[in-house]
Design a protein. Structure first.
Length: 218
């Protein structure tokens, strides 16, 4: 029975000690600040009176641990400028990533300037074949137009059959479409040359840089 009482007393003493130490631990650090009226505050947390003002962190002996400068308020114009700068930085990073991606794709596609010229030749050949095929289609449609015009002569003084009218209309549409396609195919020649000129320029620039870097490592 006596041991039980002693054990209970020990537990009560331990709990009392811990409760006594808790505030002391909480008071290990203090904050010092001065409000707009010059009043000095020493608190465990920065008081609302010092919101937006400099504060000092002190240890239990009053020694300065660090200073916490107040955040400097910025104007709406400054906030807009900051946001614009942030967006520009994101856009610049995105452009840089895209440029690196394109450069890597270029180096993975070609192993030499000769490869670029061979690819150009293949593309130009395909474009030229498409031009010739389109020219043949136009020539065929034009021959058919002459035939349709000859047939129409029979109906100068009487109603033209609906089927003939429809065929003449379709023929005119085909000639217009094929002519537009031919113009586009001819412009494609310049587009192809421009593309491979740019690929070649970038390839030389990239491989020259790699060669220079390799030379520096030697």
């Amino acid at each position: 029975m006596g041991s039980l009482i002693m054990r209970s007393q020990a537990i009560v003493f331990l709990c009392s000690t811990l409760l006594a130490l808790a505030p002391a631990a909480a008071q290990q650090r203090m904050y010092k600040c001065v409000d707009a009226k010059g009043k000095v505050y020493y608190t465990q947390v920065p008081p609302p009176e010092c919101l937006g003002r400099d504060t000092e962190e002190l240890n239990k002996s009053g020694t300065l641990i660090r200073k916490n400068p107040a955040a400097i308020p910025i104007s709406p114009a400054q906030e807009q400028a900051r946001e614009a700068e942030r967006k520009k930085k994101i856009e610049d990073e995105e452009r840089s990533r895209e440029e690196r991606r394109k450069n890597l794709a270029l180096l993975n596609t070609y192993s030499s300037e000769k490869d670029i010229e061979e690819a150009r030749t293949r593309s130009l050949k395909e474009a030229q074949t498409a031009i010739e095929d389109t020219e043949k289609s136009i020539a065929g449609a034009q021959r058919r137009r002459k035939e349709l015009e000859a047939e129409r002569e029979f109906y100068v003084k009487k109603p033209m059959p609906f089927k003939l009218k429809q065929e003449i209309s379709n023929n005119e549409i085909e000639i217009r479409n094929q002519t537009s396609l031919l113009d586009a195919k001819k412009k494609e020649i310049n587009t192809i040359n421009t593309k491979y000129d740019e690929d070649k320029r970038r390839y030389i620039e990239l491989t020259s840089g790699k060669a220079a870097a390799a030379a520096q490592k030697r």
